[in-house]
Unconditional design. Structure first.
Length: 282
């Protein structure tokens, strides 16, 4: 949903203003809920650097790259890249030995990248002449989000989903807003939406920001980063369907072939993941 809605609204704003204000609104709502439920949980001094890095990576760099990408590429292509997040998460987790290597994981990564390659190889110059540039921004954004999935787990276990997301979201959105003052135009018309635009904005900020991140953090607390990331495999479905209806983007043969391969890859890569955790085998 977030991919298609961002693509829908991005022409009326700029990436810095949209990304910073979207997550700042989400952070303020989440901060209010946290104070009401538990006050302001203290953070150990030694952990603040990690909070700043995670906050900037996930709530400044990632949302900027995603919004910037959807200025250039299509919702379908962006959705497919977004849907490959579990594979990137797995690759990073295995590389840094957060999760164990396994042949099913390797096969899943190869199949998923093949599916994404099929989609991204299609020429869409008629509707997105700079699609390749947008794809590169989207891939960079997914690397940021996947890194957050892997490296935030120990802090989520230590402090809980809400405190980690509140502090990280505030740090990231404020950092990005400062950048928007110099590189965007937040007070010069970039946030002057009509009624439909504001509806889309708040859909991105609350369901697509506050609710999504709290639920996501809770999932990473309970299961592995890769298993949690599997839930985004349905994001391309929403992106493709919404884009076809509200943006009149075509559903092409390459998308029809590539998307099932990405979904299949995610399930291949997670095959026997439950037994792997019990037996010690990947």
């Amino acid at each position: 949903m977030t991919v298609a809605l961002t693509r829908f609204i991005i022409e009326d704003t700029d990436p810095f203003s949209l990304a910073s204000s979207r997550y700042f609104v989400g952070a303020v709502v989440l901060l209010g809920l946290m104070v009401w439920r538990m006050g302001l949980p203290p953070i150990l001094r030694r952990d603040w650097l990690a909070f700043f890095v995670l906050g900037i990576v996930m709530f400044a760099v990632f949302p900027y790259f995603m919004a910037r990408a959807l200025e250039d590429t299509t919702s379908a292509r962006g959705g497919i890249i977004f849907g490959s997040m579990p594979l990137l998460t797995m690759l990073i987790a295995v590389t840094f030995r957060v999760e164990r290597f396994g042949w099913y994981k390797a096969l899943g990564i190869l199949v998923g990248f093949a599916g994404a390659a099929i989609v991204l190889s299609e020429k869409v110059d008629a509707i997105a002449p700079e699609a390749l540039r947008g794809d590169m921004f989207m891939i960079a954004g997914m690397i940021c989000a996947s890194s957050f999935n892997v490296f935030s787990k120990k802090y989520l276990m230590r402090y809980g989903s809400m405190p980690v997301n509140v502090y990280a979201m505030l740090i990231g959105s404020v950092t990005l807003f400062v950048a928007a003052l110099f590189l965007g135009n937040p007070f010069g018309g970039s946030l002057a939406f009509d009624a439909t635009g504001w509806f889309v904005f708040f859909m991105l900020a609350i369901p697509g920001g506050t609710i999504m991140m709290v639920s996501w953090g809770k999932a990473i607390q309970l299961i592995s980063p890769t298993q949690a990331a599997v839930t985004v495999s349905l994001n391309p479905v929403a992106a493709i369907a919404i884009a076809a209806v509200i943006l009149a983007e075509p559903v092409t043969t390459n998308v029809i072939i590539g998307f099932p391969l990405v979904v299949l890859a995610i399930f291949i890569a997670n095959y026997r993941s439950g037994t792997a955790g019990k037996s010690g085998k990947a």
